[in-house]
Structure formats: C-alpha cells, structure tokens
Design a protein around this ligand. Sequence first.
Ligand code: TNX
Length: 546
Amino acid sequence: RYRLLTLVLLLGLAIPFRSMAQSIDDIMPIPVEVMKARRGHVTIDGKTQIVFDRQFADQAVYLRELLAAQTGLKLKSQATNQTITKASHRIRLVFDTKSITKDEMYTLTVSGKDVTIRAKDTGGVVYGIQTLLQLFPLRQVKEVKIPDVTIRDYPRFAYRGMHLDVVRHMFPLTFIKKYIDYLAFHKMNTFHWHLTDDQGWRIEIESYPKLNTIGSWRDSTLIGHFKAAPARYDGKRYGGFYTKNEVREVIRYAAVRGITIIPEIDIPGHSRATIAAYPEFSTRPDTTWNVAYTWGMYNRQNNVLQPNPATFQFLKTVFQEVAELFPGAYFHLGGDETSKMWWKADPVSQAFIKDHKLKDEKGLQTYFVEQVAGYLAAKGKKVIGWHEILEGDLNTTTLIMNWGGEKEGIAAAKRGHQVIMSPGKPLYFDHYQSKDPNDSLAIHGYNPVDAVYAFEPIPDTLHKLNLDKYMIGAQGNVWTEYMGSPAKVEYMIFPRMTALSEVLWSPKEKKDYEDFKRRLKTAIIPRYTFWKASYFPSFEQWTMEK
Ligand code: TNX
C-alpha cells in the first residue's frame, strides 16, 4: 500500500519537472565561459529541426542519434542551403571561421528560436554537441526547455588522450567503439591504440602472415597476480587480431567524433610476439620462442629484435603497411623498456654496433628509432615514442610520451621535444583506486581519483624556463593485464578519466574538487549508468590522504 502511495507522490513531483533541462551548472568538463540569460528558453521537441552546414553533415547524424538514444526525441535534419521547411525551432551546426578563433573551440548559444553551435573543425562541433546533450535530461521526454545561455569554450591542452592496451587482453570491436564514445563525451581527441606487445600481435598484416597465424595467439593466460605464488594458468588458447577492415571502421567511427587514432607497434623491445612468429628477427634465431603468456617485464626471457637486414626489411614493410591505414600525423613506435642484455650477448648485434660506429646499445636503440622514423617519414608520418627513446641523441621532431615523472618531462622539453605527460603516478589507470584489500585486482599501488584531479601537466620549472609550450597535453594509460573484460576497464577508468578530462580541458583556475564531485554525482554517474558502464563508486572514501 505504502509503495503505491510513494510512487504516486513521486510521479506527482516529477511531472512538473518533466520538460526541465539538466542544470547548466553540471557540465563536465567545466567550460571556459558560461553566460546565463536572466530569462528565456528554447523549446526542443519532435518538430525541431537540425540544420547543418555541409562540413558538419556527419555530426548532424551523430547528434540526432545521441539525442534519440538519450531522450527519445527523433529530430529531422537538413543541410543549410536546402530550402528550409518550416521548423518551430532549430538546432544549427554552423561552420564559422570568423567568430571561432581557436582550434577545437565552439560556441553554444541558446536564444530566440534557435540553439546554435558554431565551430570551425570537427572537434569543435563535437564538443558543442557534447555540451548541448548535457543540457538534456537522461530520460524519455516529449519536449525540453533549454534556458537561454551563451557558452564559449575551448581546450586548455591540444593533446587530450586515452590509451588502451588490447594485447594483454583483447576487446571486441563494439567495446573499442564504446571507448571512443567515452573519449568524445569527455572532449578528448586522441586514442592511443597499443596493438602489439610480448603477449600478442593484434592487427592484421598481409606482408608477414605469421604475425597473425602465430603471433596473435598464446597458449594460456596467467590468472591472478604475477607476483603471487604459485602462478596459475587457465591453459586456454587466447588471442585474435583486428582485421584491416575492422581497423578502417574504427578509424571512420573515431573521425566523425573528432578523434585521431595513434597506432602503436612496440619495438625494439616488447617484441616477443614478433620473434615467436619470426625467430630470425631475434638475437637467438636458432631457438623457437612462444608468445608470452605471463605478465611483467619480459626482458629476461628475450623480447628484443636483432639488427639484421631481414629485421629492418620487416620493420620497413610492416610500419609502412600500417601507416597506410591510419590518417593521423603520428605513429607510436613504443621504445619502452628495451633490455640491452640480449644485444650485449649477441655477436651479430655487437658487430652491427661496431660497423655503424654506434656508441653502445643505447646508440643501437636510437638507430632503430631513426630507421623507423625514416620509413614513416616516407609515408608522411612523424614518430612518437615512450621517453626511453631519449636515452640516445634524437631528432627533435620526435614527440615524447613520458611515463616517468616531472624530471623526465622537463629533460625532454629542455632538449626541444614536445611532450605528452603520462606519469605512472597518477595517470596509470591500471593502478588501484582504493586500499580496500577486497578491491578488484590491480597493480603498482594507489592512484585515487583526487590525485588524478590534482595532476598538473606543466611542471613549475618549465614555466620558469619559459618552456611550457612544449607540454602539449597528457594521457591516461590503460594496461590491461588485470582487465579481462570491458566492465573491468570501465571500472578502472571511471571516474578517473572524467577527472583527467577536466585537467586537460578546463582552465586551471576553474578547477574545484568539491564542485567536481558534486557534478560527478548529479550528472556524470547517472550518465555512466545510462551507458550501462561500470565505475568505481567509492571515490569519496579513498583519497590521497587515506
Ligand atoms: C610498463 S610503462 C609498461 C607496460 C606494462 C605496464 C604495467 C610502459 C611504457 N610499459 O608494458 O603493461 O608497465 O603498468
């Protein structure tokens, strides 16, 4: 009886608010400038039309689909220069290079009969759409009254990225697309796709088929922690790879959402899957090697490439084959954690170092990077690598992704490299976000949400040296040794990725952790739920102090 009464009461309360927009104060990441009007609103209902400039035709479809999924409102859309049929109200997507003065900027104006988004690039219009959708409720409605407002918004950093390791665990294409949707919602513009490693090769290659027939598969997967004894293996064949057609599909999907994909083929270390398929590229060509099925640094068990003519031919062919698929300017060649011990023990590598007058094994690592940079330059691409590639001297066109601390970031900037900050603390989202012993298995300690929110990509020293312009942004890294399902990935990235989005997008002065938590609770957690995404719920309990 009481339950029925409560229901009636709740309905009574809800009905008058049915057409209310979500609060303008809840937008995440927080915009640069919001000018609310005293009064006035635009009503969006089934008769509203989306009117788009032809540059934004794909984004008109994107908006229509997202709005329908979120509210049930199915709007018609048409290009600007078609004769406008009578629409009660319009949502306009306007290509505007005059009033839009920055890359990825948008303005959103709600006034008179129209909601107008102005932008001069795909990113800008996508971000305007994301902000607009946050003004609609997350439920089925017949109409929504959006209060008059003008928003001017643009990113603080040019590079706003998320990485995903699809090697240690592979994820279905549907999840890769979801992940890209998550990036777009958070106004992030780069997806770093970690496609090869010791534990597998995850992209179709035509020129070296054994990469897929052998390198993409491993015999077993470690269950539990790599430090836990005794280790347990599930004994099941595991693996797979994305076909070129699937990769093209993901690239197109990302492009509509303003997202560039940086593919990573990790060399000259982390190459165990390669040498399992082609032992002739290893420093021990006489031996056969399995694809790794345990985690951790694989250096001791051998995962480096030998500098021989067949290896360089292989690198040239494969990097160029993959480069042809991806339209972005950058290609990531890994370069992390390359063990020098196998080169030291290998007469062929030692002779190569001598013949090419390289200083030592570090010089050999640089040689690999420069060779690949050359192959990629022929395809119009620039190189990005983990910061260890700076161990030798390197051309400054190379972009450095720094997973070390401020020190490494400062060093790279001083040498004139552009830097993306991705320090383990606090931007590795494979680390724990609580100290609860019953929390889902992770590694390497503690990166709570407030630490991510407090992260400042530009170290003070760089301001003092006037080198801050070299810090182009930051990235959250998602290594998936302990993430065997999409749900686990979501649990690890939410809400840390949301915290990072505000670090990267919003003006520094506007950051406010209390208000961030408020918006998280009122607007973003309902959004995770709407996405049917998992998330870490106890972020208020687990803080840096704990
Ligand atoms: C180090 S940081 C790695 C990855 C691991 C990760 C685990 C870096 C560039 N390489 O191979 O997955 O630690 O946190």
